[in-house]
Design a protein around this ligand. Sequence first.
Ligand code: SF4
Length: 442
Amino acid sequence: MKIVLIMPRGALYRYKDGVFKKPIRYAPLTLTTLASLIPSEINAEVEIIDEGVEEIPNDFQADLVGITAITGTAIRAYAIADNIRNKRIPVVLGGVHATLMSQEAMQHADSVVTGFAEESWPQLLRDFLNNKMKKLYTQSPNLSLVNLPIPRRELFKQRKKGFVSIDTVQATRGCTNLCDFCIVPVAWGKRMYFRPIKEVIEELQQIESQNILFVDVSPIEDKKYAKELYSAMIPLKKRWVSPATIKMADDGELLKVAAKSGCRGLLIGFESVSQATLKQMGKAFNYADKYKTQVKKLHDCGIAIQACFVFGFDTDDKTVFEKTIDLVNKLNLDLPRFTAYTPFPGTPIFKKLKSENRIIEENWSFYDAQHVVFRPALMSPEELQAGLFWAWKQSYKSSSIFKRLLGARCLLPYMIPANIAYRFYANNLANYSKAMIADCLW
Ligand code: SF4
């Protein structure tokens, strides 16, 4: 039996684009994890295709295809699924969009998997072999992350994929916060799942590279777990980067042990420069007036910061762009990035804005957080779109990059090329984003 697992490309993150003409992305963990979960008794040949770095071959052969998609890639996922099903190959759709929009996904799939698939995906495969595959598989209420198989990274390695890194690892799943723009608590519930630390360490020991990329969305919500994990990682002498909340800077002990275990970079959601906005979005644990001290603490530990900001909250007016860029420059944020507030379909925010007649775009390909898909409260959609593009360009002017990196002086061998790549992205975003969307619709 041959199983092919596909991750469709997004409109703005395609292979061969960008200043380095190669993908600046790390290997997704979803495909290698799904491959590892295939029961051994099925004895399947598995192929994984990340369309962000390669084309889907024309001579496509498989007994079953699994496709995982986020909202921004859902339309392309449906087009790929329809095409494959026309060849009478059954297709399973999963991922966050299928979780939130399962009825819609079912129109393009023989089966849909919602939520985390650790138990449902192996069950689906056994049912498939017995000709009993159901239309819908949901996440087990007793989901446990104990004794999980190691993701099959060798499937990427064997096919020489051009990722920046294939050493993506996950210790926790989920988040206990409720930021209103975030899809995580809506799709997977306001709770966390933890892998046993011993199993995470064993996996890290198997990875040859010293550089690790954690993809946990919010790994330090349970500080005791985080401190134990980082302490156990110290002897491994790895260097790692990860998403985290800014709370990392407020716990001296946690920060110290994270830095000692090799933390060199964090992706942090600053989201807004306005405390009123932070409160409105449910991220009141971020304090805009503490950002300066917190950033300094992280930089003092040698930790670079990829800083995320969102524009378009109901409290944001046209001054938000300039205020944000001022702060980004003052804080010497190593790698800032900006998104438009995006009410993802299937979430309460989408329903609310829809009921207020404020949704202006329902082609999910535009739900990539770089296109404005709703009517903001205090500016027009066009002003929000223009402000977003302006913020990108301002942040990645040569003088701005130079000043920020000189102030931060963290992880420069990575931050310099990353800033150059982002500069290319920033300068081209406005010009070709819509053309690329059209290209991705297939
Ligand atoms: S802390 Fe991060 S992962 Fe958690 S809800 Fe907020 S944005 Fe989402």
